[in-house]
Design a protein around this ligand. Structure first.
Ligand code: ADP
Length: 510
């Protein structure tokens, strides 16, 4: 094979060769494919066994059957020896033909690499897409489950709220009548009726605990600070706890530091629950000795201490007891659910305070709680501990469908000197209020025919300008918000504490 000399090639062949030198081999063959001459380095295109006069088709099988009298081009084909070549056939002038073979193995390898990389990229993309799809599906599934769980929780809270409403209405009658009787009976019957009041209030606190837990679970709880008489609260709590301690032969004592103000602003219901939960545990787990409650003021915070001489709590358990449903070994003999301290901790946090404990096994436990409070503003009058004097003569429309509660309210309101109109549904409340223009409408939320909220809206729309007060067992914050939006001026929660009701009415009508 001679070296490749472009000058000796026909123009059409030379053009092809010029672009590809040096990896080019040029063969001249007759029309039957027999080699006449060969130029270039045959090894660059992996050709061997060429011989003048011998057919090239056995080395170049892709040309077999093609008409060498035509000009043809094959791009990047296998030359039969596993080597990629571009092949051109150019007819010659003397019944011959030129075959130009250009090695394109590098190009093929690059293309193969590219193809491989492209395939891998496509595969990666597919996998990535699949993962993204799975992630998206898992996220929307999670979102769905979260929403379902939230809805279930909200439903549960609503259910508990409406159940506690159902409890509050009869409890108002139980506590209210017992309070009324305790001022009218002889000593023994007074003591008995006070026991009914205590039991009623204890039941109410259980209902409150239930509602509280449901609200805390759905983050619906918020602090509701109010002006309270701390000593009255402690007396109430002591009246519940002292008999329970006495039943077990435990000494019970409650001290209020005289430095503490008579009245202060704090969320009474939550403080009451914290005290009942801690004292309830102290009495429950202590077999002999005493339970003590101490209230003092330290660094402008209310400092509550509940100390007992019970079994004590080991160092390792001190953190764990605040976990929901966690009960320590040995506690199973006592009734309980393991929720009390969990709720207590959340309530303390809700009020911006802190809780801790000192304890020694066999010697007892002392829980301490610190809660911020504000001093009561001077202009807030103390709630009357006795029903207000009968001096008003003001006209009051009472809309309430529970006949027992109506009778009880009648007793107190009539004694206070109010002139009463009574209706038992929302539709009559609206028509009577518009016709008689009372000074104040005291209206239950859950009234038949037209409910209290809609009735209040209608009253405001139709121009009633007197005071409208809601009377309700509903205690959720958004119930209160709805009441304000509907046009209520005040909100009295059931069970109604009569002295508070009288004070509120007096304040609103002043
Ligand atoms: P419960 O009283 O319903 O069991 P709590 O959440 O109130 O649930 O208390 C959790 C656990 O902490 C109790 O089961 C008990 O093991 C322990 N504990 C709470 N208070 C005391 C106490 N004063 N003395 C000893 N152990 C207590």
């Amino acid at each position: 094979m001679s070296t490749l000399d472009i000058a000796r090639l026909p123009d059409a062949v030379a053009k092809i060769v010029a672009a590809a030198v040096p990896a080019t081999v040029v063969l001249r063959v007759d029309r039957l494919g027999r080699l006449l001459e060969a130029h270039g380095d045959a090894s660059t295109v992996k050709l061997s066994g060429l011989g003048t006069g011998k057919s090239v088709f056995s080395q170049l099988p892709m040309l077999e059957g093609s008409d060498l009298g035509d000009r043809n081009h094959w791009a990047c084909i296998d030359n039969g020896a596993g080597h990629a070549v571009d092949v051109d056939t150019v007819p010659g002038e003397l019944d011959d033909a030129w075959i130009v073979l250009v090695s394109v193995e590098d190009r093929r390898l690059a293309q193969q690499q590219q193809q491989l990389a492209a395939n891998e990229a496509r595969l990666m993309n597919q996998r990535q897409q699949k993962l993204v799809d799975q992630l998206v599906a898992a996220r929307s599934e999670l979102e769905l489950r979260r929403r379902e769980a939230e809805e279930a929780l909200t439903d549960k809270t609503r259910f508990i709220a409406s159940m506690s409403h159902e409890f509050r209405t009869p409890l108002t009658s139980v506590i209210g009548y017992a309070e009324w009787l305790s001022t009218a009976l002889d000593d023994t019957a007074q003591r008995q009726s006070r026991a009914i009041v205590r039991a009623g209030r204890h039941m109410l606190s259980l209902v409150n605990n239930l509602l509280e837990q449901a609200q805390l679970e759905t983050n619906q709880a918020s602090a509701r600070p109010d002006c309270i008489a701390l000593r009255d609260l402690v007396e109430d709590i002591a009246a519940i706890m002292a008999p329970l301690a006495a039943e077990k032969g435990l000494a019970f004592a409650a001290f209020v530091d005289p430095q503490l103000p008579e009245r202060l602003v704090i969320d009474e219901m939550r403080v009451r629950q914290i005290l009942i939960n801690l004292l309830g545990n102290a009495v429950k787990f202590t077999r002999t000795g005493s339970v003590q409650l101490n209230l003092s003021s330290q660094a402008d915070q209310l400092h509550i201490e509940v100390a007992d001489t019970g079994p004590g709590i080991a160092e390792d358990d001190k953190g764990r007891i605040f976990t929901a449903f966690k009960r320590l070994e040995g506690s199973q003999r006592q009734v309980g659910s393991g929720l009390g301290l969990h709720i207590t901790l959340q309530l303390v946090k809700l009020l911006g305070g802190s809780i801790g404990l000192d304890s020694e096994i066999g010697r007892g436990t002392k829980f301490h709680v610190r809660l911020p409070y504000q001093d009561a503003p001077a202009e807030i009058p103390a709630a009357a501990s006795e029903p207000a004097a009968a001096t008003t003569g003001q006209h009051l429309l009472l809309a309430e469908d529970d006949p027992d509660l109506v009778q009880l309210l009648q007793l107190y309101l009539a004694r206070a000197g109010y002139v009463l109109t009574i209706v038992d549904n929302g539709r009559d409340a609206v028509s009577e209020a518009l016709a008689r223009q009372p000074d104040l409408v005291l209206m239950d939320f859950n009234l038949p025919i037209v409910d209290g909220l809609s009735a209040a809206c209608q009253l405001r729309e139709k121009g009633y300008s007197g005071v409208v007060v809601a009377l309700t067992g509903a205690t959720l914050d958004d119930d209160r918000l709805q009441a304000v939006e509907a046009g209520f001026d005040g909100f009295i929660a059931k069970p109604i504490r009569m002295p508070e009701l009288m004070a509120t009415l007096q304040a609103l009508l002043a």
